[in-house]
Design a binder for this molecule. Structure first.
Ligand code: SAT
Ligand code: MN
Length: 626
């Protein structure tokens, strides 16, 4: 039976019977979970969609919805000869990135959201949102997406249900997460789940034509209720605003769950690093959005014999195993990567991953029906249509792709995906990297002196702002553990939680913590370090530290490599430049101290004493060296 008729049969509507009542019968074929049935019933009554569709995550469903979006103009199917089963999509220019100023944490007490989050009272916010959701799905289909973050059945995985009126979200979620009946089977009749309600906030009146990218230009709300594990998102259809499994659940809600349950939900890539002898370690790394997590996770080492394989590129959930080590899973099943800058030179594995079965949003499109973005090739195609539907040539004087243009692609297609990437028990983490985009002060690599000192280094992470979020680009801001936009509770308490985690096992079992900075520039503004595949030289040093080798210099900021300990073989980089990359910029660090103190002051008595001690120790150490 063709897929369309399955949908049509299920959404058949009688006059005089409420859709919610009618849906109950359909819904019971998918689940008997009373909480789920009740919630969907309530949301149908509130949002009054024309039809309801329970997603099964099948290929038929994906193809049907993609086809539907081609008809409505949301999707353009790319040339199958060039990029099979792939789609091109343009968002509304008013909906291109996460909206941090419209993101809220609604906890009962304001101090539980903390100074770095926008707090609102949960009841008041629900009042506002209910007003907005009332009738919000009129003229549209409501999709119910059962999804698992993490391999279904993994003790670390968790189940969420997203209700959305966007078929783009359904297709994206079925790439980014595990969707379908197996999830409902794993949920069973009794378990609870994370509730996520999403609407693009653009109901359709009778006869009103739809637009290719429905959204609400004026009103957007991305709202988390960590205490009740609920998400409500309104007005945006883009990325982390709308794919609720990602930042909203796997970071904001999950970080609060992790605090309560003694684990970590982090904005981290996970990679497997293998040395020429075949010995492997697993490394997690926190970097702010659009700072190269995907590139690092898929790095092609320039050092002969070394290998990097990918476990995840954005999020890590880490729990202690019975052996006292920290095990990480990648809760996602796909990559939502920044397209501009991705090329065979910068990330060949990503380029091979996206050769098929992918969605491209806000890139440019070529005359042959393929996608293009800045730096994808040395020479741009002679003629393109840009992400704003304007003709584009190399001398147009503007970017062809939006800087936050993205690919959405299955992780399983990555040529360097680690064979164990879906292991339900996760992979044991030996090292954690923290890093931001900093032109000055921060050295290439620096190992922490202890777990507490490592947490301190994470807590003072700072980075230049990128296009992943709306707002001014390039401004340096503190972004602790790359979680500033994603921590679902008071960040001071989050630091305490990190310190507590360090006390949960013996120090030999804890991952070692490193601070890295690939983005150091010289006085003329030129990058000092080549980055990309050359970062394998830093990974090698990390590997050697973890396995008990490699020389260090103890300094007040941490353990720096002796310059000779970084393997520069085959690289055209002077020892002088390396020295510059590895010196302690005492004046620069001293200038950071008041900024760190100011950053810490906002947390008041939520700031753990351990971090106060670290800043005092750092300052004293730096002054001694003057
Ligand atoms: O939040 S998104 O998923 O849109 C991208 C990011 O900021 O990492
Ligand atoms: Mn991210």
């Amino acid at each position: 039976m063709p897929y369309t008729s399955v949908i049509r049969r299920e959404v058949f509507r009688h006059d005089g019977i409420s859709l919610a009542d009618e849906q109950e019968a359909v819904a019971r074929r998918y689940t008997t979970n009373p909480r789920l049935l009740h919630w969907v019933h309530e949301m149908v009554d509130l949002c009054t969609p024309d039809t309801v569709h329970w997603c099964d995550g099948s290929k038929d469903e994906y193809d049907f919805l993609a086809g539907l979006m081609c008809e409505t103009g949301t999707f353009i199917r790319l040339n199958d000869g060039l990029r099979p089963n792939s789609y091109f999509c343009r968002s509304d220019p008013a909906d291109v990135a996460r909206v941090e100023d419209r993101t809220f944490i609604c906890s009962y007490k304001p101090e539980d959201a903390g100074p770095t989050n926008n707090w609102r009272n949960p009841a008041e916010m629900k009042g506002i949102l209910h007003g907005l959701y009332e009738g919000a799905m009129r003229g549209r289909t409501m999709y119910v997406i059962p999804y698992s973050m993490g391999p279904i059945g993994s003790p670390i995985a968790k189940i969420g249900i997203e209700i959305t009126d966007s078929p783009y979200v359904v297709c994206s979620m079925s790439i980014m997460t595990r969707v379908g009946k197996e999830v409902l089977a794993a949920l069973g009749p009794d378990s609870d789940f994370c509730r996520g309600l999403h609407s693009v906030g653009m109901p359709l009146e009778k006869e009103q034509p739809d637009v290719p990218w429905p959204c609400n230009e004026k009103t957007k709300y991305i709202v988390q209720f960590p205490e009740t594990r609920e998400i409500m998102s309104y007005g945006s259809g883009y990325g982390g605003n709308a794919l609720l499994g990602k930042k909203c659940f796997a970071l904001r809600i999950a970080s609060a769950m992790a605090r309560d349950e003694g684990w970590l939900a982090e904005h981290m890539l996970i990679l497997k690093l293998t040395d020429p002898k075949g010995e492997s370690i697993y490394v997690a790394g926190a970097f702010p959005s659009a700072c190269g997590k995907t590139n690092l996770a898929m790095l092609t080492p320039t050092l002969p014999g070394w290998k990097v394989e990918t476990v995840g590129d954005d999020i890590a959930w880490m729990k202690f195993g019975d052996d006292g080590r920290l095990y990480a899973i990648n809760p996602e099943a796909g990559f939502f990567g920044v397209a501009p800058g991705t090329s065979m030179k910068s990330n060949a594995s990503a380029m091979q991953t996206i050769t098929r079965n992918s969605i491209f949003t806000n890139c440019a499109i070529t005359g042959e029906g393929d996608v293009w973005w800045e730096e994808m090739s040395d020479k741009p195609p002679a003629y393109l249509v840009d992400w704003m539907r304007r003709p584009w040539t190399a001398d147009s004087g503007r970017k062809a792709a939006h800087p936050n243009a993205r690919f959405t692609t299955p992780a399983s297609q990555c040529p360097v995906i680690a064979p164990e990437w879906q292991d339900p028990k996760g992979v044991p983490i030996s090292a954690i990297l923290f890093g931001g985009r900093r032109a000055t002060v921060m050295p290439l690599v620096n190992e922490s002196l202890s777990w507490q000192h490592g947490v301190f280094l994470g807590s003072i992470m700072s980075s230049e702002k990128t296009a992943a979020a709306a707002g001014k680009i390039g401004v340096v801001r503190h972004d602790p553990m790359a979680m500033l936009p994603f921590c679902g509770y008071n960040m001071g308490d989050y630091f305490s939680h990190w310190l507590k985690v360090g006390g949960a096992t013996t120090s030999d079992k804890l991952p070692r913590i490193f601070y890295v900075n690939w983005f150091r520039k010289d006085a003329k503004g030129k990058f000092l370090w080549p980055g990309y595949g050359e970062n394998s030289r830093v990974l090698k040093w990390v590997f050697e530290r973890v396995t008990g080798r490699a020389d260090v210099v103890e300094t007040p900021i941490g353990r720096l490599p002796k310059p000779a300990a970084i393997d520069l073989s085959g690289l055209d980089l002077s020892r002088d430049t390396l020295k510059q990359l590895l010196t302690v910029d005492t004046q620069g660090w001293l200038a950071e101290i008041p900024l760190i103190k100011q950053h810490f002051a906002q947390f008041g008595d939520h700031l753990p004493q351990g971090l106060r001690d670290e800043v005092a120790k750092l300052e004293a150490g730096l002054r001694k060296g003057l």
